[in-house]
Design a protein around this ligand. Structure first.
Ligand code: IDP
Ligand code: MG
Length: 140
């Protein structure tokens, strides 16, 4: 493992699983050359989601976000690669799927179903510290 090899947490959110896009999302990760090293499907508890999204507690979208994320199965993926944390964020595209760039997961496959911004198909850790923390929560 080189000094720049990292691991990140990717979640296929309930909208992605329900729409049958898990395979397409994993395909994009693998096609980029990243390695899937662990994977599990789980319907997350509120406690897990509150810990995962702790940085957003108190924001107006927090409660609806937790409710949405607990609404069905999520696929949690441990992904490894050179600079994969920022690399996956780039594959995912910006947060709002309506305006995310074409070519990205959110830009190509996401849309304004239900609440604006919320259903954007995937989560990706945003820094080495959050990746370590989130991987510990989902792959305890
Ligand atoms: P990110 O997933 O691109 O890192 P964050 O700002 O960390 O975006 O927000 C976490 C998640 O909360 C988003 O992926 C999205 O599902 C939801 N979210 C963020 N901002 C809004 C909003 O303004 N309205 C509704 N949901 C939001
Ligand atoms: Mg985030």
């Amino acid at each position: 493992m080189s000094a720049h090899t990292e691991e990140t947490l990717v979640l296929v959110k309930p909208d992605g699983v329900e729409r049958g896009l898990t395979g397409e999302i994993l395909r994009r990760i693998e096609s980029k050359g990243y390695e899937i090293v662990d994977l599990r499907m789980v319907t997350p508890t509120r406690d897990l989601l509150a810990a995962h999204y702790a940085e957003h507690e108190g924001k107006p979208f927090f409660e609806p976000l937790v409710e949405f994320m607990a609404s069905g199965p999520v696929v949690a993926v441990r992904v490894r690669g050179q600079r994969v944390i920022e690399g996956f964020r780039s594959l995912a595209g910006t947060t709002d799927p309506t305006t995310a760039a074409p070519g990205t997961i959110r830009g190509d496959l996401g849309r304004d179903w239900g609440a604006p911004v919320q259903r954007n198909l995937v989560h990706g850790s945003d820094a080495p510290e959050s990746a370590a923390r989130e991987l510990g929560l989902w792959f305890a």
